[in-house]
Design a protein around this ligand. Structure first.
Ligand code: NCD
Length: 305
C-alpha cells in the first residue's frame, strides 16, 4: 500500500506518469467518470481549507466515487481528545483512501503508520504540502513545456510556507533549476532546507529581500501568503503581512513570459489588477489541482482505466 507524505514519495519517472495521466483525464473526462465507483474518499481536515479539501472531494466525485469526512477539528472527536492514530483506525473501516490536513508537522505520517488505507498528506503544519506540489509541477509543465533549466523566484513567507518547502524538494531533482529566494530576513527559508536540500544537491540559489531586484531575471514567480496562523504573536504578523505586494507596475519589470503562480488563498500579496495580466496563472493552477488529484487517487488505489 502506498501513501503520499512528501513529493519525494514519487520518483521523477512516476511523477511524469502521474502528470501524463492528469493530462489524459483533462482531455477525456468521460473515460474516467466511473473509475472509482463503489470507492470512498474521506477528508480529515483539522485546519481550514477551501481548494485542497474541495478539490480532493471533486476529484473523487468526478471519478464516480463517494466522499465523507470532517472539515474542522471541532466537529470531530479530536475535540474530545481522540488521538490521530485512533481516528485513522476508525476511518480505515469507513473509507478506501483518505486525505488529512493537520496543524502538527508529522501528523499524517503518524496516521499512515496506523492506517490500512492510503493516506494523502494534505498539509501538515509548516512542513509539507505534497498535493499542492503535484499541482504546481503540472501547472509549470503545462505552461512552460518542461520542468528543468529555469530560474524560479519563491516570494513571501518562506519560513512557514509548506507549499514552498515541498516544491523545492520536488524541483531540485530536475537539472538546471536555480532559485531566487525572496523574503524578509525574518521569514527566510529554514536553514535545514538550505543545507539538507539546496546545498546538498548543489543547487544554485540567492537570497534577496527586494522583489524588484529579482523580477527581471525570473522565468517563474511563485508568490505566497504570510502564514498568519503560524506566528507566535499578532504584532509580528501585522508587521510582515504586506511586505510584498505584486502589482501591475512591478509586473512591468518582469519578462514577458514570466508566469505568476500562487497556491492561494491570496490576501494582499497580489493586487487584483494583476489578475488580468496574461502571465497570471494562479487560477489555472487551481483547476489543474483537480486533474492531478484524480490521477493521484487512481494511482494510490491501483486502479487502471
Ligand atoms: C496553502 C496551504 O494550505 O498551505 N493553501 C493551499 O492548500 N492551496 C497555502 C496557504 O494557505 O497559504
Amino acid at each position: 500500500m502506498r501513501h503520499l507524505m512528501s513529493p519525494l514519495d514519487f520518483s521523477v519517472e512516476e511523477l511524469d506518469k502521474l502528470m501524463d495521466l492528469a493530462g489524459d483525464i483533462e482531455a477525456n473526462p468521460e473515460k474516467y467518470a466511473h473509475a472509482c465507483e463503489g470507492k470512498k474518499l474521506a477528508t480529515l481536515f483539522y485546519e481550514p481549507s477551501t481548494r485542497t479539501r474541495l478539490s480532493h472531494e471533486a476529484a473523487m466525485l468526478n471519478l464516480g466515487g463517494s466522499i465523507l469526512g470532517f472539515s474542522s477539528a471541532d466537529s470531530s472527536s479530536a475535540a474530545k481528545g481522540e488521538s490521530v492514530s485512533d481516528t485513522i483506525r476508525t476511518i480505515s473501516c469507513y473509507a478506501d483512501i483518505c486525505a488529512m490536513r493537520h496543524p502538527k508537522e508529522g501528523a499524517p505520517m503518524v496516521a499512515c503508520r496506523h492506517s490500512s488505507i492510503p493516506v494523502i498528506n494534505a498539509g501538515d503544519g509548516g512542513h509539507q504540502h505534497p498535493t499542492q506540489t503535484l499541482t504546481d509541477l503540472l501547472t509549470i509543465r503545462s505552461l512552460k513545456g518542461h520542468l528543468d533549466h529555469m530560474t524560479i523566484g519563491l516570494c513571501g513567507d518562506l519560513k512557514f510556507g509548506r507549499t514552498v518547502h515541498s516544491l523545492i524538494h520536488a524541483l531540485v531533482r530536475y537539472p538546471g533549476i536555480k532559485f531566487v529566494l525572496i523574503s524578509p530576513e525574518e521569514l527566510r527559508l529554514p536553514g535545514y532546507i538550505r543545507s539538507d536540500v539546496l546545498d546538498q544537491k548543489q543547487v544554485e540559489y540567492e537570497e534577496v529581500v527586494r522583489l524588484e531586484d529579482a523580477l527581471p531575471k525570473l522565468d517563474l514567480l511563485y508568490m505566497t501568503r504570510v502564514q498568519k496562523e503560524r506566528f507566535f504573536n499578532e504584532e509580528d504578523y501585522v508587521r510582515m503581512k504586506d511586505f510584498y505586494i505584486l502589482d501591475a507596475k512591478k509586473m512591468e519589470l518582469a519578462p514577458k513570459d514570466m508566469y505568476v503562480l500562487h497556491p492561494l488563498p491570496r490576501v494582499n500579496e497580489i493586487s487584483v489588477e494583476v489578475d488580468k495580466d496574461p502571465r497570471a496563472a494562479y487560477f489555472k493552477q487551481m483547476q489543474y489541482g483537480v486533474y492531478i488529484r484524480m490521477a493521484l487517487i487512481l494511482t494510490l488505489l491501483g486502479i487502471e482505466v
